[in-house]
Design a protein around this ligand. Structure first.
Ligand code: URA
Length: 433
């Protein structure tokens, strides 16, 4: 067996065997296969797809390429993952809620890349918060206070890490077999018993329509079943950012406000839907509507906020920033984006909004880019909102005036304004079990 034969087979739209997939994953992870050969194979997979058996073999080979974590000593751990989005601070709000309800919250998160943000970067905007802890500390934190959120410091699914970075550089991210195997290999390696997946759909997501998102969900649920990890997918709307902030510290501030009970409608709906399925999978309540009440109760009585503060303190963060979010350092310039038209917001180019935020320094356009936690965007108007000319659509938070002004002009173009009445968007687009 050699890599040239494997590339040629997929190029010619043939089905790869388990042995061929294992050979590729093992040797690419070890560095025996070059990036250009791997790129050729990944592009062939992107174009010709993989059948269900190939996807499963690809997932398991990537999961087994590094360590497999065993979290069974913590009880029923439910993992949560999003397929990526703009302004997605749901993990920061949801995991403390889950922990406050007595369900172990042990989650490893990633960093942002391209137009999407990452939870680890957001957590690191809290001064002192250490995402780089070892696995013993991670497990002990969950045993002691019921929650730990960390970065991917362990050697989990290293094949996915390599292949994901490669896909990002060769325009091969938006592929159902590749996304499904990437996410599920990490979830299998991360050791949770059951999984709730937020599958984002729309202009700021990898899946642009419901049909593709449904196929991706069914594929991931199938892999989850095979790995004996019950999986539920919640389809969420990514035609506009989630909530109103984009950028690391800005999103932490919004998450703290949410835990204080001040939530925008979309954040609330997504938190309630994902959270109530996590409670159900944990065996703590079969009635989804009742579970939503449990969540609201722990927001209103501040138990979830208290848990977030415990988490921050336990991982070295300065809790005074959570008590008083005005302590977060602000960007030098806060520049309004003013509407030049009257009407209703019809659509937003959400992917472009993500890129504008990354361009300000809130995310990485290249892996080595350094993050600026202070910068980002505050959205003032969302789809369906009425706007008069001269009204403020958003604010740009920038540390550089020129960059900020360019972002103001670029962001204005992301808003499509119509003369006709436009309905507000639905936030939960479907649930697939
Ligand atoms: N998130 C992942 O972890 N992998 C993908 O391929 C896409 C989104």
């Amino acid at each position: 067996m050699n890599i040239l034969e494997i590339i040629a087979k997929k190029r010619d739209n043939k089905i790869l065997t388990k042995e061929e997939i294992n050979y590729f994953i093992k040797n690419y992870t070890k560095g025996n296969i070059t990036d250009y050969q791997a790129a050729a194979l990944i592009m062939a997979i992107y174009i010709n797809g993989m059948n269900y058996e190939e996807i499963t073999d690809f997932t398991l080979a990537m999961a087994n390429s590094g360590e497999i974590l065993d979290l069974s000593e913590l009880g029923m751990v439910i993992d949560k993952h999003s397929t990526g989005g703009i302004g997605d601070k749901i993990t920061l709000i949801l995991m403390p809620i889950i922990a406050s309800l007595g369900i172990p919250a042990a989650k490893m998160s990633g960093r942002g890349l391209g137009f999407t943000g990452g939870t680890v970067d957001k957590l690191e905007s809290i001064p002192g918060y250490d995402t780089n802890i070892d696995i013993e500390k991670f497990i002990n934190n969950v045993k002691n206070i019921g929650i730990s959120l960390m970065g991917q410091t362990l050697n989990l699914a290293p094949a996915d890490k390599k292949i994901y970075a490669l896909r990002d550089t060769i325009s091969c991210v938006e592929s159902i077999p590749l996304i499904a195997s990437s996410i599920m290999s990490k979830k299998i390696a991360a050791g949770a018993e059951k999984i709730v997946l937020e599958v984002t759909v729309g202009s700021g997501a990898f899946m642009k329509n419901i049909e593709d998102a449904t196929e991706l969900s069914k594929t991931m649920i199938g892999i989850g079943n095979l790995a004996k990890k019950e999986t539920v997918c919640i389809l969420t709307n990514m035609n506009e950012p989630i909530g109103y902030s984009i950028g690391n510290a800005l999103e932490v501030i919004e998450a703290v406000e949410a835990l204080n009970g001040k939530m925008s409608e979309d954040v609330k709906e997504i938190v309630l839907e994902l959270g109530s399925y996590m409670i159900k999978l944990a065996g703590k309540g079969d009635n989804i509507e009742k579970n939503k009440e449990l969540i609201m109760e722990n927001i209103n009585n501040k138990k979830a906020l208290q848990k977030f503060k415990e988490l921050v303190k336990n991982q070295g963060g300065d809790v005074s920033y959570i008590d008083d979010t005005s302590k977060f350092e602000r960007a030098k310039f806060v520049l309004p984006v003013v509407s030049d038209k009257e009407g209703y917001i019809k659509s937003m180019d959400n992917q472009k909004i993500g890129y504008i935020s990354s361009g300000l320094g809130a995310g990485r356009l290249k892996k080595e880019d350094k993050i600026n936690n202070k910068v980002g965007i505050i959205i003032n108007k969302k789809i369906g909102d009425k706007v008069t000319s001269k009204e403020i659509l958003a604010y740009i938070h920038s540390d550089d005036y020129e960059v900020g002004i360019k972002a103001v002009n670029d962001l204005r173009e992301c808003f499509e304004i119509s003369d006709e009445y436009i309905q507000k968007q639905k936030h939960i687009l479907g649930i697939i079990k």
